[in-house]
Design a protein around this ligand. Structure first.
Ligand code: CU
Length: 503
């Protein structure tokens, strides 16, 4: 019997005062445990579930959710209370091999570490503020006492720099939740994390893999490391604090049932698309959805402050993209590519202000093709940045020597690759008359061989991908790798040998 049906019958019987029925249906923890062990996987599968009970004697049985590139928050038990320590602090985050940025996060990471508990747990979170300004912890969507809500100035005094606050509550909910600072700009500089509440009785059908993906965006001027949190346009899009191709792929075995918990805590909405599979939305930021609401989809809009759980059977082998379908969210270091700046070696103004229409309204003539105002790197970063520096956009050059001669010090977008290899030679892919075609270039400078950084993102989870794959993965983009048993075992063996990431 599914949990919702069981709940329904419990309520129906107890509500009607049918004592005999209620007695029969309300199970003791021992009875629940007995039933669950009868349902538990046998044989090799069993090992996977072993040791995952939240505490000795607990009836709960779940596989931990995995947050690629983000660690879990460890805990200890204190008289039946699950105790976590959470420290707010500035952190460095390498979002791609070529870009490390300054964020604020928790326990050395942004997004903050994932917290996992079992429905019914009593939880204590000892929170310390190592930031230079006040903050507080908000538990988004939690049905807890008001003085634990973490709304500074409303439900509690803000926690001052160097201060500490102890949150403690019992959690009766289940599903995909999250925590964040309730100071808006702090949230925009990375102060958020996932909080997974596993149900006491596992969801049916059970999944073999459970992943958490947090969606965020940042506005960072070229050559800068600190996001402009006031900005309303974004040029870096991240999943779990990494941009493609640095995101660690989701590794699943052909035939696995997979759950992916998508959480959006940013300024934009993200239509998340999965290739090659049809999924069902089985939960929201408020818990499990009734099965009667499930419908087939392959793209789900994850709105701001929303979570969407999607589930599917990974029955289609191969490397499948999972990405936001907003075209501008599939790019890194978002820059305009139209106009003369991509064709001659005179450099590119960095960060045109919003009032100048990102370089499309001002200039002579007032159009993106204007000779004296080429396109700009970044979209409307503003803040005194206009034209303050020029950065090469690596126009087409037949050789490294020609590039150096024309544009000394130009940024090398091939990131150390030799241009002569087939995987990295962009020029070989472009027609000789490209410059005379209106609209050129579109993707020629955005993705492809010149963005190849396979060797810089080498890790077990990327084993066996098509050479040059990384040149086509940018922004809010990762892979679901549905691997046949032999390749799956190989990747797992490599992971055991060289664990490359947390989570
Ligand atoms: Cu998006």
């Amino acid at each position: 019997m599914s949990q919702s049906r069981r709940d329904f019958f419990q309520k129906a019987f107890t509500g009607a005062g049918l004592a005999a029925g209620a007695k029969a249906l309300v199970l003791s923890p021992r009875e629940v445990a007995a039933r669950e062990s009868a349902n538990a996987p046998r044989g090799p599968q069993k090992a996977k579930f072993k040791a995952l009970r939240s505490k000795p004697g607990s009836a709960s049985l779940w596989i931990p959710a995995r947050t690629p590139d983000v660690p879990d928050l460890p805990f200890t038990w204190d008289n039946g209370v699950k105790v976590f320590h959470l420290v707010a602090e500035p952190v460095k985050r390498q979002i791609t091999p070529t870009k490390t940025i300054d964020l604020w996060g928790y326990n050395g990471t942004s997004p903050g570490p994932t917290i996992q508990i079992t429905q019914g747990d009593r939880v204590r979170i000892i929170f310390e503020n190592h930031l230079p300004e006040p903050t507080a912890m908000h538990w988004h969507g939690f049905e807890i006492p008001n003085d634990m809500d973490g709304a500074p100035g409303i439900s509690q005094e803000p926690v001052p720099p160097g201060g500490r606050f102890v949150y403690e509550f019992t959690l009766h909910q289940e599903g995909t939740y999250f925590y964040h600072s309730h100071m808006a700009m702090q949230e925009m500089i990375g102060m958020l994390g996932a909080f997974i509440m596993h149900p006491k009785a596992p969801y049916e059908p059970r999944v073999d893999k459970d992943f958490v993906l947090l969606l965020q965006e940042y506005a960072i001027l070229p050559n800068n490391t600190i996001p402009n949190t006031m900005n309303m346009e974004f040029n870096w899009l991240v999943i779990n604090g990494k941009s493609g191709p640095a995101c660690t792929p989701l590794i699943v075995r052909l035939g696995d049932r997979v759950r992916i918990r998508l959480i959006n805590l940013g300024m934009d909405h993200h239509p998340i698309h999965v290739h090659g599979h049809t999924f069902y939305v089985t939960g929201t930021e408020a818990g499990r959805a009734p099965e009667s609401t499930w419908r087939p989809e392959n793209t789900v809009l994850v709105g701001v402050a929303q979570a969407r759980d999607i589930e599917f059977v990974a029955n289609n082998p191969g490397d499948w993209m999972l990405h936001c379908h907003l075209p501008h969210h599939m790019m890194n270091q978002m820059s305009s590519t139209v106009g003369p700046m991509t064709r001659v070696g005179k450099g590119m103004p960095a960060g045109a202000a919003m009032e100048e229409g990102m370089g499309m309204l001002t200039g002579t003539p007032g159009a993106p093709m204007g000779e004296d105002y080429g396109p700009s790197l970044g979209r409307g970063m503003g803040v005194g940045s206009t034209l303050d520096q020029t950065t090469g956009n690596t126009p087409l050059f037949p050789s490294e020597t020609a590039l150096q001669a024309t544009q000394p010090g130009a940024a090398n977008m091939q990131h150390g690759h030799k241009r002569s290899t087939p995987e990295t030679n962009m020029a070989a892919l472009i027609s000789p008359n490209a410059g005379s075609v209106p609209g050129f270039p579109q993707d020629a400078y955005m993705e492809g061989p010149m963005m190849n950084m396979d060797h810089m993102v080498e890790k077990p989870e990327n084993y066996g991908l098509r050479p040059g794959w990384s040149g086509y993965m940018q922004g809010m983009m990762t892979l679901v790798r549905v691997l046949p048993p032999d390749l799956y075992d190989k990747v797992l063996a490599l992971e055991r040998k060289t664990p490359s990431h947390a989570g």
